[in-house]
Design a protein around this ligand. Structure first.
Ligand code: ZN
Length: 371
């Protein structure tokens, strides 16, 4: 796992840089703005992720972002024992973003097996509390359970209710599924208001119709009819995070298909790196020279525009309802949500409300049991 991760880490930055260099070139004639670009990196981790890694501090990440014209980075916690050697909690991400609100976009995460009072309502109150403190999304959701395990479905129900996107990792060990991704489809279909962002070997191997192993980085030509295209065709709430070796491999294994995919799905894919350690090496260039130009640039830009729309500061909840304190007329069993429920999802619409610093809590918080 570690060695794959290390491989991943190197490949990631290659993808990032391939895109970045090309993009910078496009705007070379424009006056250089200080610390500004259109890039939002949807996938980074601060802290120490793997044993043997050096710690990536917020300052270290900022320096790296400045070097590579990344304006903002999404900070992803990792809270499941299967996700990393050390847990990366939500609070450091919130703290870093509070100190650098123009540069960091914090996500939040809780393992679905955590002892929580009140089931979905308990998760809603916890996640809402983080959102009130600045969290703009959920993830990296990287849990050693089946993708549509009832516990996982509780998390999707909670995120759908709170109205934030969810970035997931899918492979043979975490967010488990089978070729064709039926479990993922079950979740996407059950929670139509929740925007899912796919990442990881299993997700990206599913670009090909002949995908047999969700834990691999398959090489060679892509067979049409892959689960990714099928799901994106059928559901508007599934997106892709191009970060890591898995994202790079999915495009570079078959450049012709990859280029077509990026053009076809340019409004569904997002730029990301999975940068998590100082000095993470650029590694082999994953994209050929031709893909450093128009296709990659357009994809990155379009995905970033969509992402920035989602991730505008939420501000204090303008709605008067209190999701954690008021009983709602929704089924207790989240599986009964099949076909969708009436909950409004803020993730599905642009946020126009300006950020306002919240000075006092507006709702009662429910304390999770035993934490
Ligand atoms: Zn990651």
């Amino acid at each position: 796992m570690l060695s794959r991760r290390q491989f991943t880490s190197r490949a990631v930055v290659a993808t990032a840089l391939a895109g970045l260099k090309g993009f910078s070139g496009l705007y070379a004639a424009e006056p250089k703005r200080k610390r500004a670009s259109r890039y939002i990196d949807v996938h980074t981790h601060i802290g120490t992720t793997w044993n043997g890694n050096k710690e990536l501090t917020p300052k270290g990440l900022l320096d790296w972002m400045d070097e590579h014209d990344i304006e903002k980075s999404v900070l992803l916690p990792l809270t499941s024992p299967e996700s990393s050697s050390f847990l990366l909690l939500t609070e450091p991400a919130l703290k870093a973003a509070k100190e650098h609100p123009e540069r960091f976009i914090p996500f939040c995460s809780i393992d679905p097996r955590t002892s929580v009072r009140g089931g979905v309502k308990g998760f809603i109150s916890i996640i809402q509390h983080w959102v009130d403190q600045g969290a703009r999304g959920f993830g990296e959701h990287k849990v050693g359970l089946n993708f549509d395990d009832p516990l996982m479905m509780q998390i999707y129900a909670a995120c759908s209710e709170v109205g934030i996107p969810l970035l997931f990792h899918l492979d043979a060990l975490r967010g488990k599924d089978t070729p064709g991704l039926p479990r993922l489809e079950h979740a996407i279909k059950t929670f139509p208001k929740l925007n899912f962002i796919g990442h990881g070997p299993g997700w990206w191997a599913s670009i090909s119709g002949d995908c047999k192993n969700l834990g691999a980085y398959p090489k060679g030509p892509v067979t049409p009819g892959g689960a990714i295209d099928r799901l994106m065709e059928r559901y508007p709430n599934i997106y892709g995070d191009l970060s890591a070796g898995s994202g790079a491999n999915s495009i570079s294994r078959d450049m012709e298909f990859g280029r077509g995919f990026l053009v076809r799905r340019q409004d569904r894919v997002m730029f990301g790196t999975d940068y998590l350690q100082p000095g993470q090496r650029e590694g082999d260039v994953q994209h050929g020279p031709s893909d450093r130009n128009r296709t990659t640039r357009r994809t990155v830009r379009t995905g970033n525009i969509r992402l920035s729309r989602w991730l505008k500061p939420l501000g204090p909840p303008a709605r008067t309802r209190r999701p954690s304190a008021r009983p709602r007329s929704r089924p207790k069993n989240v599986r009964q949500h099949a076909g969708g429920h009436a909950c409004r999802s803020a993730a599905a619409r642009p946020r126009r409300r300006p950020a306002v610093v919240k000075t006092a809590p507006t709702r009662r918080e429910t304390r999770p049991a035993g934490r």
